[in-house]
Design a protein around this ligand. Structure first.
Ligand code: HEM
Length: 369
């Protein structure tokens, strides 16, 4: 039906099937009045719920003397499986709104990680909104209208457009390819598996802040790919960077995409077939005490670099997990040893807590305060 339920145990946009397009925005709160923030989150909730059903932002009376409530560009378009997922950054829980006592335990700035140089101006933020849909205009419309409804309360800090989801969140979806041309998401968590989601993704009873149980931590990373360098690299080397075959996505020790990688297999010269510094070896749960995350990223492009005339693009990495330590542990290893580092650069990032889904009688304001 192209409509994803807005309310439920968990927020839509995490375990629900990844759509093709993304519009992601981070906002800073500008008001100091907490009642204004709470009221805006209420308004956002009802607007978001309406938009996910393919309706316009509520309240238009057709008054010719005032601007319409809804900006109008999604009129006549299908709902496109729109999901709108909200998250809160650590900065929201400072002294401004009396939220310090409600700060989720693990929500604090991430440590400095190896080889990263993130731009603070396009990182983090008080509130984030992830809008995903199968139609880019539907996703953009959602962010634009929330931004408008937030006038005087929040101001946009950064925004990212994504295309071509780079991860499947269930094997029912064909695995898409990232801008390096490799299938991405083959061994991602199957988000339909409630037990695995409970173990690795949803915040559980270990969290003393009851209000975020059933939610998840979201790590965002804008990772630029050095595409011209990559495109000059030979196929054998490209495959060794990931430890997978480009055409089929199979591990270098297998023939089919979903074959289990054999990390101990050696070739005639005694070298491991899946190289020691390959991305999948370093990231695999087998080599990280079972550690897993739910990846839900998108490709992005920022056009042409005005100085070098190179195409600027890469992966807008989004991942959900029950503790930010899962990302930190992985990135400490990848940042140091991953063969992929020669071809990528982390340029900005964010950490947010996404609260659980809303029951019928709640909105984002009453859930937060
Ligand atoms: C696997 C690409 C960054 C975590 C993969 C795969 C590809 C890929 C092609 C193999 C297919 C699959 O199982 O999905 C990339 C690219 C990146 C990037 C192009 C940067 C531009 C990251 C980062 C993390 C990460 C920053 C986490 C900190 C993982 C994990 C797997 C994986 C956990 C699954 C490994 C396994 O179980 O076999 N990635 N990735 N990736 N990646 Fe990345």
């Amino acid at each position: 039906s192209q409509i994803v339920d807005f309310r439920g145990t968990h927020q839509a946009g995490i375990a629900t099937p990844a759509q093709d397009r993304l519009c992601f925005a981070a906002f800073d709160v500008t008001t100091t009045d907490r009642t204004q923030l709470e009221a805006m989150l209420g308004t956002w909730t009802f607007a978001a719920e309406a938009m996910t059903k393919g309706r316009t932002v509520p309240g238009d009376a057709g008054d010719l003397e005032s601007p319409p409530n809804d900006t109008g560009e999604a009129e006549g378009l299908k709902p496109g499986n729109l999901t709108i997922t909200i998250g809160y950054g650590a900065s929201l829980f400072d002294s401004r709104f009396g939220l310090a006592a409600r700060r989720p335990t693990l929500l604090k700035p991430l440590p400095q990680l190896p080889k990263e140089d993130l731009d603070p101006g396009s990182s983090d933020g008080d509130i984030c909104v992830q809008a995903c849909a199968d139609d880019p205009q539907v996703a953009f419309h959602a962010i634009r209208n929330l931004r408008r409804l937030g006038t005087g309360v929040v101001t946009p800090r950064w925004m990212e457009l994504g295309f071509g989801r780079t991860a499947s969140t269930s094997p029912a979806q064909a695995t898409p390819r990232n801008l390096m041309g490799f299938k991405d998401g083959t061994r991602n968590i199957d988000a339909r598996d409630a037990a695995v989601m409970g173990q690795h993704v949803w915040i559980g009873t270990e969290e003393p802040q009851h209000w975020v149980r059933g939610g998840s931590y979201l790590v965002s990373r804008k990772i630029r790919m050095l595409l011209e360098q990559w495109d000059r690299d030979n196929l054998n080397d490209q495959q060794n960077v990931f430890g997978r075959t480009k055409a089929t996505g199979a591990p270098l020790t297998g023939t089919k995409e979903f074959d289990t990688p054999n990390f101990s297999a050696k070739d005639a010269s005694g070298e491991t077939v899946i190289p020691m510094d390959s991305h999948v070896r370093l990231a695999a749960p087998e080599n990280n005490q079972g550690l897993r995350i739910l990846r839900r990223g998108y490709s992005y492009t920022d056009g042409i670099d005005p100085v070098t005339a190179q195409l600027v693009g890469g992966l807008f990495f989004l991942a959900y997990m029950k503790s930010p330590d899962q990302f930190v542990t992985l990135q400490r290893i990848l940042g140091r040893h991953d063969a992929l580092n020669e071809y990528i650069k982390h340029v900005s990032g964010g950490l947010f807590v996404t609260p659980p889904g809303l029951p019928a009688d709640k909105d984002w304001g009453s859930q937060l305060f």
